[in-house]
Every structure is written in structure tokens, then in C-alpha cells.
Design a protein around this ligand. Sequence first.
Ligand SMILES: Cc1cc2nc3c(=O)[nH]c(=O)nc-3n(C[C@H](O)[C@H](O)[C@H](O)COP(=O)(O)OP(=O)(O)OC[C@H]3O[C@@H](n4cnc5c(N)ncnc54)[C@H](O)[C@@H]3O)c2cc1C
Ligand code: FES
Length: 281
Amino acid sequence: MCIPDKNIYKPHLATIEQIIDETPDVRTFRLVFEDEAVRDSFSFRSGQFAEYSAFGAGESTFCIASSPTRTGHIECCFRAVGKVTEALRRLEVGDSVGVRGPYGNSFPIEDFYGRNLVFVAGGIALPPLRTLIWNALDQRDRFGDITIVYGARTESDLVYKRELKEWQERSDVRLVKTVDPGGNGPDWDGQVGFVPTILEEAAPSAENTIALVCGPPIMIKFTLPVLEKLGFGDEQIYTTLENRMKCGLGKCGRCNVGNVYVCKDGPVFTAGQVKAMSQEF
Ligand SMILES: Cc1cc2nc3c(=O)[nH]c(=O)nc-3n(C[C@H](O)[C@H](O)[C@H](O)COP(=O)(O)OP(=O)(O)OC[C@H]3O[C@@H](n4cnc5c(N)ncnc54)[C@H](O)[C@@H]3O)c2cc1C
Ligand code: FES
């Protein structure tokens, strides 16, 4: 019998250093690896994900939502929807979780140097783009204009509210925030309307620009034609997919679409690659 010398499924232990409630059901964990050697050596790229475990409950897949430019910790942001995420939600500051990863491909940020960036996100889908937003802002002079179009159903459903305020106040970022019709209170200072409509009104130029889109399927469905209308080609548009996963490592076959393993070949794809994959269904 062949006994592997390294268990690829063994997670690293990480302590919850900080908990931030983003919305009534979405929570951010700031995690610090307990082993100093892991803490010093752990590196990742924007767009990659990890498997996070609540002991006794199982593992869940979340993107690494912090930027690789900010070292010493990682952050994840999750919505409590089921067994594992509910168990993670019951944890407190000082408790331990398991983390294995980073897995998957990443946004090719070096290819974006010298170009404008347009981020388009809906609801809980801001975290996979937030890592790249801070990554770009931490090396601001490498990029042209940065536009962020972000929307949620209601004001309370917007995540990273403190960072939206920070981006709004920066002169080198154009933030367009919106809530669905009926989702705003009397003091709302953003737009009202669905993300694709607001994106069309904001009309960022497609010239020398990369669009990064993440959101619920319905938002993606209506956003891609808007980007096309604005002149974006399929290879100028990147998105990140959230197919259900188990191993995260290309072993279990849970996440594949045709011969593409979303965990290994993705989760980051261009619109052209996603269109080619959807023909496989
Ligand atoms: C690459 C990737 C990145 C992700 N990043 C994040 C993130 O940053 N934050 C976050 O909150 N979630 C993220 N998800 C989704 C997250 O993995 C699931 O919501 C979570 O694993 C549910 O686990 P559970 O045991 O609590 O729920 P379960 O008890 O397994 O399921 C509860 C409900 O959630 C649905 N569900 C489970 N997994 C998914 C999924 N992958 N996509 C859609 N619906 C699902 C189930 O169908 C069911 O209706 C990501 C998924 C992938 C694949
Ligand atoms: S999650 Fe197991 S093969 Fe992709």
C-alpha cells in the first residue's frame, strides 16, 4: 500500500482575530494562521479561494477576500446558508478554524497594468472582487481609471459599507453604488436601479479597459449585453464562478463543466471562456 507522505486535505489552523458583521446574515472573519511558519510563508493571488472548516461540521469554499498586498492575515466573508456556514457563524473571536488552500487560478493582474479597471458586483459577490480592488489600489499608479459599480437589494444588504465610504471619498476611484427600486431609505446617497441599468448609465469607456464582473446569475445575464453594448470584447471581461465544490483540488469531479474543472482551471474565467463552457451543458 502506498502511504502518501503529505495529507493534501489537512487544513492549517487559523485563529479568528476579528469578526465584522457586514449585513444581518453576512459576516467577515479576519484569520491569523496559528503556526508562525505558515503565517510567514502563506501566499496567494487575488481570485484564489480556500476551504474553511468548522470542526465537526465540515468545509465550505470561500474566496480569499483580503488583498495579497496586506500580509499577516487573510479574510473571508460568508453568508450563513446551511450546515457549515451556520457552524462557522456560531464561532467567536479567539476560536480556531481550519483553512486549506489557496486553490484555483487568479486574476492575471500583471496583464491589467496600464489599463482602466471597471468592477461590477452585486450583493454578496463583492468579496471576490474586493481582493483585486485593494490589490489595485495598493499599487494605484500602475492602473488608469478605476470604476466600481456595486449594488444590492437594499442598503442593509451592501457589504463592506465602511470601505464603500472610503472608496467614495477617494478622488482616484469612481464609485457608483445602487440599490434595487424600493431598497433605499430616506438618507440613501446612491443610485436606485438594477446593476446592469446603472452600469449602462455610468457608461465606462471600453477603450483600454478590463471589466471584472461578479454577481448572481441574473445580474451576470443582464450585465454582459450591457458591457457588449459599451464595446467590451469577450476577452476584456473576467468573472469568477462558484460551482459547488468538495476537494478544491481537481480530484473529486464535483465542480466540472465538460472537461473544465472550475476549482483547478478557474474559478476566474473570461466571458469568452464561460460562453464556450456553457455550450457544454
Ligand atoms: C470558488 C467559490 C467561492 C465562493 N466564495 C464564497 C464567498 O466568498 N462567500 C460565500 O458566502 N460563499 C461563497 N461560496 C459559496 C459557498 O461555498 C457556499 O455557500 C457554502 O459552501 C455553503 O455551505 P453550507 O454547508 O453552509 O451549505 P449547504 O448546507 O451545503 O447548502 C445550503 C444552501 O446553499 C446552497 N449552496 C451550497 N453551495 C453553493 C454554491 N457553491 N453556490 C451556490 N449555492 C450553494 C445549497 O444548494 C443550499 O441551498 C463560494 C463557492 C465557490 C465554489
Ligand atoms: S471540487 Fe473536486 S474536482 Fe473540483
